[in-house]
Ligand binder design. Structure first.
Ligand SMILES: [Zn+2]
Length: 232
């Protein structure tokens, strides 16, 4: 990274910030981390999706050439580009300019983050809310970035448990905080509209790291802040 020293009023601070950014960037670009968090920088082959959806329409007994379905393969392909855009989000671009040094060691909570994802077993949506908290250890991240981190991992083919874990572990990697807590609720279309049809089935998952894992009081504070009983 190039640094323009002349615009810096406080060269020392700029130097530190740049070194820290380099360190985070290096970590986020490491093969190990990209593999571990399932980043894949190949884009959706929209042509292949169109062909596959045409085949699917035919396979379920529809006429892909009838009026209402003519444009469907194209629409679905476009929808999928968005639904799985999380694989190609650049994590460096997403967070690296929004991490700041700060002496603040109270719990930071962002709750009620709406998200949607696709269940990898049925390719049907699950939608719900994410609640994310961490206890800083010298570094904080811009608050608007947390919903974007949730998006980055939810706009993929997922299972709710892994999604929960990935959000927590990613924050743990970039912030090295004293602890991270993530709780997700979801309604899964695959269980609502098919099979047992438990229409109101709501699945809650959580991931606790560091202080949230070892300290029951801190964990309970998190659950009470998000309006959830600790037993869930
Ligand atoms: Zn499913």
């Amino acid at each position: 990274m190039e640094t323009d020293w002349s615009v810096s009023m406080n060269g020392h601070e700029t130097e530190m910030r740049t070194a820290r950014q380099n360190e985070i960037q290096q970590k986020l670009e490491s093969k190990e981390l990209l593999n571990r968090f399932g980043f894949a920088f190949n884009t959706v082959d929209t042509e292949a999706v169109r062909r596959a959806i045409g085949d699917l329409l035919y396979a379920v007994g529809e006429d892909p050439c009838r009026d209402g379905l003519l444009e469907t393969p194209k629409r679905v392909a476009r929808a999928y580009e968005e639904l799985v855009s999380g694989y190609t989000t650049d994590p460096v671009e997403l967070v690296n300019n929004a991490i700041y040094d700060m002496d603040y060691d109270d719990m930071v909570i962002v709750n009620d983050i709406d998200y949607y994802s696709l269940c990898e077993h049925h390719l049907l949506p699950f939608v719900g809310q994410a609640h994310v908290a961490y206890i800083p250890n010298g570094k904080i991240v811009g608050l608007s970035k947390i919903p974007r981190i949730v998006d980055m991992f939810s706009r993929r083919l997922q299972v709710q448990e892994r999604l929960t874990r990935q959000i927590a572990e990613f924050l743990d990697e970039v912030l090295e905080p004293k602890g991270v807590a993530v709780s997700l609720t979801a309604q899964h279309m695959c269980s609502m509209i098919r099979g047992v049809k438990k229409h109101n089935s709501n699945l809650t998952t959580s991931a606790m790291i560091g202080d949230f894992k070892i300290d029951r009081e801190i964990r309970n504070e998190f659950f009470s802040q998000i309006g959830r009983s600790p037993s869930l």
